[in-house]
Design a protein. Structure first.
Length: 279
């Protein structure tokens, strides 16, 4: 398996880029020379990119380069938080529904069906509007909307695994449900679920940025990319750098993690191997 990862050039390139992005967020104070992203000099307001301020400044005189670098912390932390939460909640619900079946399966899947019936972003906006505007509440709102995807996927995988001979043998031998889940269901389901989570990083970041852009996420003066786009939208003609650089940061991270997820799918998805064998 390790050789497969090392042989895949796309995976190696984009994994290095992903690590560099994460390190940028971790070492933001070092990269920015200890500059404060929350304060600025009003006399330096709306300066175009220059040697002193390579990304320019915003309407409060804050250095946009510093805010973009620190913004990686807020954006990546919240994005990974959403992905982990929807992965854990959705997988747990799907495995329980698939293993126990019957009334439990019917109730859980009907709840999932009701959630899927609403447009995702609209429902997230409604949830965020009810519980209040903050980055934590934006994470909660998107988690409430997005767990159903993993629940339905995990359930379908468990139903397929449940019909296999070794699972039937374990059931006949009197193995506990908890043992069957740990020994058979999760190990055979996790690879595809992990691939799905990796490919969802970019999409989750866009959803969080959208909530912040619409005023339901990060609060001022937080350096968060979606909120920075909101700040610059009124000055897009006179000070376009206020939106260009946060937008480029979002674009770069989304592309890198989408490509990384695609390469993981190419390496780990067993369905690709089966199709190759048929050919």
């Amino acid at each position: 398996m390790i050789k497969d990862f090392l042989k895949n050039r796309q995976f190696m390139i984009f994994s290095v880029l992903a690590v560099l992005i994460i390190l940028t967020a971790v070492f933001a104070p070092v990269i920015t020379g200890g500059a404060d992203p929350l304060t600025g000099n009003i006399d330096d307001a709306l300066q175009a990119p220059s040697r002193e301020h390579i990304f320019g400044t915003d309407k409060m005189g804050r250095d946009i380069f510093v805010r973009v670098i620190y913004g990686a912390r807020a954006s990546l932390t919240s994005t990974f938080g959403v992905v982990i939460l929807v992965f854990l909640i959705g997988t747990a619900v799907g495995v329980i529904a698939g293993c126990f079946g019957g009334v439990v399966d019917a109730i859980l899947m009907r709840i999932a069906d009701m959630m899927v019936a609403f447009p995702g972003l609209v429902l997230a906006l409604a949830v965020a509007g009810i519980i209040g505007s903050s980055m934590r509440n934006a994470v909660i709102a998107i988690t409430v909307v997005s767990w159903t995807k993993y629940a339905r996927l995990a359930r379908s995988l468990v139903l397929k695994i449940r019909d296999r001979d070794y699972v039937s043998a374990a059931i006949v031998s009197g193995s506990r449900t908890s043992h069957i889940i740990k020994a058979y269901m999760l190990p055979n389901s996790l690879p595809i679920l992990v691939i799905t989570a990796a490919t969802d990083v970019g999409g989750m970041m866009l959803e969080l940025a959208a909530l912040s852009f619409l005023g339901f996420g990060a609060k001022p003066p937080a350096p968060e990319w979606g909120y920075m786009l909101n700040e610059g939208r009124g000055l897009i003609q006179s000070a376009p750098w206020m939106t260009i650089f946060p937008g480029l940061a979002i674009f770069l991270v989304v592309v890198v993690f989408n490509m990384l997820g695609d390469s993981l799918r190419d390496i780990m998805d067993p369905r690709d191997e089966q199709e190759a064998g048929k050919c």
